[in-house]
Design a protein around this ligand. Sequence first.
Ligand code: NDP
Length: 342
Amino acid sequence: MQQIVLASRPDGAPTQDNFRLETADIPTPGEGEILVEVSHMSLDPYMRGRMDDAKSYAAPVPVGGKMEGGSVGRVLASNSPLFKEGDHVFGMFGWATHSTADARMCRKLDPDQAPVTTALGVLGMPGFTGWWGFNEYGRPKEGETLAVAAATGPVGSMVGQLAKAKGLRAVGIAGGADKCKLATEEFGFDACVDHRAHSDFKSLRAAMKEAAPDGIDVYFENVGGPVLEAAISLMNPFGRIPLCGMIAWYNAGGLGADAAQEGLTAPKLWRTILVNFLSVNGFIISNHWDRYPDFVNEVAPMLKDGRVKYKEDITDGLENAPQAFMDLLTGGNHGKAIVKVK
Ligand code: NDP
């Protein structure tokens, strides 16, 4: 079997040197465990945080340890009554061709319900993140305006489509004309601002203001950086900000320091939050899995009848995972980033 381990911790943006492809023996499942042959693995922005030795909501990957991540595959052997050989399964199998896992921590998949790769994106953790944050902390109301960046990714595209389904104006922010076209033509956003086409803050803010002429009521925060500053300055009174991610700063290593370099004017932001009575709620989706069945019950039918669409960006070969991951962090992915392992 092959696996990718963390060879060293990155200093800023990750490089190939931070990863190492290793060959190892296929592991034997213990009592209550299954052995899985992975077909597809997910690449997610949170993995960048695991590469740092920083205090966070989850422990870092140790140097020399297998990179973490969710994947789907087939059960090759089972020591658990929960799974039998051949079952399709999702679990945290890491960046590897094979893995053993505690069967209780894995989820059986029905390929007749939806393609198994959807368990990594639209019907998996990212889609659930968009659904949960938007409903729980966005508290959307018909006729309001929602804005979300990384609008064509699995989180942002879910948020935008749910907003449209609930009768909001949906404004996307995405990097590049192609992604903006995808956002409006495929995911149904009313407008999309290409943040990479606006190098100065004033012009970015003006473009966002034009896209959200009535102001923003729900800003679903995925990115940080200048988009965040512009969005907050356009918020309506009593607006809500589900604080989901801040990918623009993930390579900063010590987020605070880099935020200052980017010109983040924290005092102005905080004052705007105060005088406009805004609600900001940070969340980590892994604390909310109890609501996952509700998400699937609502969104799986929408996926089946085409009310919710999704896009996947599939890279071939485990050995290409590091490059695909580095691309994800800088916007090189067009849709949910997945690696085809087998
Ligand atoms: P995506 O597949 O959308 O990939 C990330 C995207 O971020 C890139 O494609 C790029 O899109 C955008 N991006 C990168 N750098 C910048 C930048 N400097 N400014 C603006 N945008 C940038 O990711 P996901 O949908 O998987 O995740 C979206 C966010 O949600 C991330 O911040 C992630 O960490 C967070 N998240 C949080 C969770 C939680 O529990 N709180 C759970 C899951 C995800 P573009 O080219 O369009 O700019």
